[in-house]
Design a protein around this ligand. Structure first.
Ligand code: ZN
Length: 189
């Protein structure tokens, strides 16, 4: 994947190899690649080779019930996953609050889900719908086909995983491992 100035990126997106750019604001070097730390647009200084992310900006937006959000799974425990909400879908503005979302196991997909780990894992980037708002706390669901994981890293080697022919299954080419997720129709790798 070739990154150009202005491209829209998500946390964890690879911007280039370490030899290619110098990490600047909102980017980091994981020892191998330069990656984006936040949602935003890429800026590249051609002279200094500094690469940075301009976070989504503009007048801050408040979420309402029915909005779709992007976020990162920070905890999966028992019947509940915790989501660090990072942006609103189809909205270039930053969020007015640092929202925390929760997804109950019954709100992940249609049908029975025995273990939450078979649908969501820590570090995954998800798309989800807001169903309830209490201040900066949100209830979310991923039941729609767009809802679910849009980017996942292998739990063994941390490489990004690819979708397979099978529903809700991801594959790691690096270590030849299959994992289950609730995969969004917008999965982007
Ligand atoms: Zn792997």
């Amino acid at each position: 994947m070739k990154i150009n100035a202005g491209d829209s990126v998500m946390p964890g997106d690879v911007l280039g190899v370490s030899e290619q750019f110098l990490p600047d604001k909102w980017t980091y070097d994981d020892g191998n690649c330069i990656k984006a730390a936040v949602f935003g647009n890429v800026a590249i200084d051609d002279k200094s080779k500094m690469i940075s992310i301009i976070p989504k900006s503009g007048s801050p937006a408040l979420l309402k019930v029915g909005d779709s959000i992007y976020g990162q799974v920070t905890d999966v425990r028992g019947q509940r996953a915790v989501i660090d909400v990072q942006g609103m879908k189809n909205c270039d503005r930053q969020l007015a609050l640092s929202y925390m979302g929760a997804i109950h196991i019954s709100q992940v997909k249609n049908g029975y889900l025995e273990k939450l780990h078979d649908a969501l894992r820590i570090g995954d980037i998800i798309e989800a719908k807001v169903t309830k708002i209490m201040g900066d706390n949100l209830d979310l669901n991923t039941i729609d086909k767009e809802g679910g994981i849009i980017k996942a890293m292998c739990t063994r080697c941390r490489a990004f995983m690819k979708i397979t022919d099978k529903k809700d299954e991801l594959y790691c080419e690096v270590c030849d491992r299959k994992e289950r997720r609730k995969v969004s129709s917008n999965y982007n790798y």
